[in-house]
Ligand binder design. Structure first.
Ligand SMILES: Nc1ncnc2c1ncn2[C@@H]1O[C@H](COP(=O)(O)OP(=O)(O)OP(=O)(O)O)[C@@H](O)[C@H]1O
Length: 259
């Protein structure tokens, strides 16, 4: 478990975020703060609303009501690329790499969120200096995630674990301040899961990030996260340090008791 540290300033403020799909309330009046530099876990049973909450935060799904502020600026209602451009970057539960492109190309393309080049221009013809910078940075990120030796291989040929690492490299290519990871351990083998905690901490420290992570693997969440929020049927039933959350009777009943 991480040592208690003084929390940094609030970077994200979710206020009364709600999303209805017809009669179903997938996310129900959820409010929480995330502090700079935290690793903040989001757990809950299947269908609890975790991915929908990430989608609301990153602009993929508009909320029915409620807001998200990032460093005091309301980002609710902005398009996903605008939110990414402000510094919120994410990975997906169902991996969304360009499977037919190489690892290097996947990371290079992601950088156009920052360089403002269009997708076609991003692939075909940037100015030389910018292209060299993009290429160098892509190699650095592949090196960081341990895939620089496989830069030319197609993403489709990578194991789940390596695809997830490549997704993280791609998310980092947009130079985020906040990284949202949707089930980074899914599909990983035991040894890959074992390395993930150290890897996420290293990424947080190296890039001075705030990290939000959805994860089903409870021991990983409890080891990794500074604070944990628990969703159940769309409602936030607990937020706090991992040990306190793990002891909370509401959480035990909703989720951990069933493990
Ligand atoms: N686009 C959609 N249309 C209708 N219902 C949806 C949609 N997206 C999510 N839901 C429903 O909202 C609820 C929350 O789903 P969500 O995927 O956010 O849960 P989750 O906690 O991420 O689940 P899991 O752990 O299984 O990934 C579920 O009942 C789901 O079926």
């Amino acid at each position: 478990m991480t040592a208690a540290v003084t929390p940094g300033p609030v970077v994200l403020e979710a206020r009364n975020m709600t999303r209805r799909f017809g009669g179903l309330i997938a996310v129900n009046n959820v409010s929480f703060d995330v502090h700079e530099g935290e690793i903040f876990g989001l757990i809950g049973p299947n269908g609890a609303g975790k991915t929908t909450l990430f989608n609301l935060m990153t602009g993929l799904t508009p909320p029915s009501s409620g807001t998200l502020s990032y460093r005091g600026q309301t980002v609710t209602g902005l398009a996903p690329h605008r939110i990414a451009g402000l510094g919120l970057s994410r990975t997906f539960q169902n991996i969304r790499l360009f499977r037919g492109l190489s690892a290097l190309e996947n990371v290079k393309i992601a950088q156009h969120v920052r360089t403002h080049a269009g997708l076609v221009q991003g692939v075909l013809g940037r100015a030389h200096a910018e292209e060299r910078h993009v290429e160098r940075r892509a190699w650095e990120l592949l090196d960081l995630v341990g895939l620089d030796g496989r830069a030319g291989e197609l993403a489709a040929n990578f194991s789940y674990g390596d695809q997830r690492r490549l997704e993280i490299a791609r998310a980092l290519a947009t130079e985020p301040r906040v990284l949202l990871l949707d089930e980074p351990a899914a599909g990983m083998n035991t040894s890959e899961k074992g390395q993930l905690t150290a890897f996420i901490r290293e990424v947080r420290d190296r890039f001075d990030l705030t990290v939000l992570v959805i994860e089903h693997h409870v021991p990983l969440v409890m080891n990794l996260c500074d604070r944990v929020a628990v969703l159940n049927f769309g409602e936030l039933i607990a937020v706090g340090d991992p040990a306190a959350v793990q002891r909370d009777p509401k959480v035990i009943e909703a989720y951990l008791g069933g493990e």
